[in-house]
Each structure stands twice: as C-alpha cells, then as structure tokens.
Design a protein around this ligand. Sequence first.
Ligand SMILES: [Zn+2]
Ligand SMILES: [Zn+2]
Length: 213
Amino acid sequence: MSCAFDLGHYRELLDAAAAGGYRFAGFERDPEPGDLLVRHDVDLSLDAALAMGELEAAAGARTTYLLMTRSVFYNLASGEGERAIARLRELGHAVGLHAVFPHVDLDERFDPVVAWHNPEPPFMHEPIAGAANPMASPWFSPDHYRSDSNQHWRSGCPHQALGRAELEWLQLLIHPEIWVYEGSTMRETMHSLLDAERERRLAQLADDKIDLT
Ligand SMILES: [Zn+2]
Ligand SMILES: [Zn+2]
C-alpha cells in the first residue's frame, strides 16, 4: 500500500481505522480511548470538502468540517457556501468555524468548534470562550495528533498504526484539497486545484449572464 495523498488512500486509511476498532468522535466531549477525531480545516475549496464528505459518509465516517467566513478562496455566504454547509450536515458531519485570528464569527451556522487558520504559537493552544478549540486541551496532545500539512506527515502516515490499534486515540487533521486534487507534490496538486477552479469560474461567469461566446 502506498501512502499517496489521494482519495484511494484516504479510503484505505478510514478502512484501517475501522479495522483497528476506532470509533468516530467529535469535539463535543473529551476524547476517550478508541476515539478517532477527524478534523478538516477547509482552507481553499468547498468542492474538495464536499468530495471528501461524500466519500466519508459512504465509508460510515462522521467527521468535523471547519469552514472559513473570511476566506479569500470561497464565500460561505454565497448560495454555493450555503449548499455546502447543508450537504455536509445532511451527510452527518459536524460543521464548525475555521477562524482568522482574532475574529470568532461563531453564529448559528456552526457547531461550537473553532480552530484558528495559520495559528501562531502564542494563541494556538489557548482555550476559546464558548467553543472547543481542537488545538487546546483535552483534544490536543502531541502524542495523539497527526496532520497532513503540505503533504507531509511529521511522524508518518497513520494508516498502519490505526489498523493495528496502536494509538490510544487520535486527532487527525486532514486538508481535503490536498487529497482530492491530483498531484504528487503540493505544487502539482495546487495546479490541479487551479485548473478545476478555472472551469468553476467559467461556469459561474455563464451563470452570471456574461457573454463568453
Ligand atoms: Zn498510509
Ligand atoms: Zn487553515
């Protein structure tokens, strides 16, 4: 099994967790032995979040999507954004806020879960009033945390450890964009995202009655 950053291997990772006996959990209670808390910081693409959310639901996985209200890449207040939230909820996932410091725009669209985008050490692990911060205690502990940041696992892809039930519990941070779009480097993957984005923008222009003939 190769640990590629693609949906095929993401499915294998979920199946490994099921084989290891893990249960999917969120941030509404303290982590317990056997929990797998999958968290998605959606930095760039709602389409990628939806593709991943559909795959997870088909695999019986319930995870937590953190969406941005201050993204330069997508607009959560657009029809597209509203449909994305509705679909993620329909699939059974939790939806929280991926916030830009110091703004906590926590409203009725979100469950009370807030993780900072590009956090700096001074506030990264601090509690947030009225919400669970996945990077704060009790959800964060270095031994119970893995992240796929920039297609690089600091301590290895966790599929094997999950399959063998070697981890007491785990919070797994997965960025949908880097698994959904093709590429064997971040550069290639981001170019695939931009290719898809161009098609999406052309369709939006047509919807906006722009003459593209
Ligand atoms: Zn792997
Ligand atoms: Zn982020």
